[in-house]
Ligand binder design. Structure first.
Ligand code: SF4
Length: 442
């Protein structure tokens, strides 16, 4: 008789887990731990608060809810909403309503490691148990391939659970991808895995999970784990970067490759943190071109590395549109025709219209307020424009770049006027983040 891969445990509520002080791991925890142990530890060992969900994550949650309702009771996705249209593109890949277990809890044990999770849907198709997951993404190029899925942590944990639950030798994986930007599109990555293939990968997961359990049980904290600064820039930047620089001595002992890390370190230096050590390390990471530019500008590595660029591809086929044409453009519901892409209108009229429009000044104001607050606190300067050598404006560009990287503005037209200094200062940064640019003729 074969040794079971995992033991299936009864369901347990989140409240009961908290009450009993359960220690468990999930697929996302394991993935984070493998990416950077410190990133996992700040959350799970030091219990630092997590940042809020990004707009893209919130959109993904809404799409998931629509798909859940469809699978549970057949509620059709509403084509009148963006999320409904996204979900509709993929329902052709799903089982019929009420044919699957939806949002079922996974609670399993393997060699004293408790794994938990929630499965989007599971059902039996042509005699083969199938586990399915909805994946929303702005770009389908990021979707996993069949080969990726064969080693994917989440897929393998779900597969181990399914193979024991159904006491079978083969299970199916159905990963359904939904594109959340531009026009809705969907595709499925489907494959079958046998017990042997699952066991091989699950063993590797167990090794990681045991390391995590050991960290928990021995009372370790983040400072006891080796960080991975190469991961600092992943997914729009790690939320714990400042903590790591200031509080994790091991971080200083490792190589610094991330541009984002360079940026934050410069900020900390401005706040009075001794970063001579960092600067030496950063210099060694610069390319020759960056070093030459640095020497010419007399600036720091950061300033050279982060100068934003406008690429020709960012400019639409119709770069020059007269103001009159722009007025016509905004009268019709162009946004729905262009679908959900980030559009900027430069020097077009009107400067402000319906709820679909936002001016660059509105986006920038909270960032400027925070920047001025920081400058007052650390440099006793009241306004970023008063900082010598245009450093304040450069810092504003960096912060705006950060903000646009982490903010989904694809449901808005961004209106930019180059008659203001702010518009001219931030133009390059905003264009860098746009999918389509319209420019009016003055
Ligand atoms: S800032 Fe970098 S090193 Fe620190 S936890 Fe995040 S990814 Fe890891």
């Amino acid at each position: 008789m074969k040794t079971p891969l995992v033991q299936i445990l009864p369901s347990k509520s989140v409240e009961d887990r908290k009450k009993d002080g359960d220690v468990y791991v999930s697929a996302s925890q394991i993935t984070t731990f493998r990416e950077c142990r410190a990133k996992w530890a700040w959350d799970k060992l030091d219990r630092l608060p997590r940042s809020e969900s990004t707009p893209a994550q919130k959109k993904g949650t809404r799409v998931h809810k629509i798909l859940e309702n469809y699978l549970k009771d057949g509620t059709p996705p509403d084509p009148g909403t963006e999320e409904g249209r996204i979900a509709l593109a993929g329902i052709k890949f799903l089982p019929d309503p009420q044919a699957a277990v939806v949002e079922g809890e996974l609670n399993i044990m393997a060699d004293n490691v408790n794994y938990i999770g929630f499965i989007d849907f599971e059902y039996v198709k042509d005699g083969v148990p199938v586990v399915g997951d909805h994946k929303t993404t702005g770009n389908l190029d990021y979707a996993k391939t069949k080969d990726d899925l064969k080693k994917d942590v989440q897929a393998i944990i779900y597969a181990a659970y399914m193979i024991e639950k159904h006491q079978t030798e083969v299970i199916g994986l159905n990963w359904v991808y939904y594109k959340t930007k531009s026009h809705p599109e969907s595709f499925i990555v489907a494959l079958e895995l046998d017990r042997e293939a699952i066991a091989k990968e699950f063993n590797k997961i167990q090794t990681t999970a045991k390391e995590m359990m050991e960290a928990h049980e021995s009372g370790k904290k983040t400072k006891d784990l080796v960080p991975n600064p190469n991961a600092c820039g992943n997914y729009g930047g790690c939320q714990y970067l400042k903590q790591c620089i200031l509080n994790n001595p091991k971080w200083k002992e490792t190589d610094i490759n991330s541009k984002r890390a360079r940026r934050v370190m410069e900020k900390l230096e401005k706040e009075g943190h001794d970063s001579k050590l960092w600067e030496d390390k950063l210099m060694s990471k610069l390319t020759l071109k960056e070093k030459l530019a640095l020497r010419k500008s007399g600036g720091t590595p950061e300033k050279v590395a982060e100068t934003p660029e406008i690429t020709p591809e960012k400019v639409a086929e119709v770069p020059e549109i007269a103001s009159k044409k722009c007025q016509e453009l905004v009268k019709v519901d162009t946004k729905s025709k262009l679908c959900q892409v980030t559009v900027i209108l430069i020097d077009c009229l009107p400067l402000k219209a319906q709820k679909d429009y936002i001016t660059l000044d509105e986006i920038a104001q909270p960032i400027i307020d925070q920047l001025n607050k920081d400058l007052l606190e650390h440099k006793n300067i009241q306004d970023y424009r008063l900082v010598e050598y245009n450093e304040g404006t450069k810092e504003l560009c960096v912060r705006m770049d950060d903000h646009l990287t982490n903010t989904d503005l694809s449901d808005k037209f961004i209106i930019v006027s180059t008659s203001s200094q702010l518009g001219r200062d931030l133009l390059d940064v905003v264009v860098k983040h746009a999918d389509v640019v319209f420019k009016g003729i003055r």
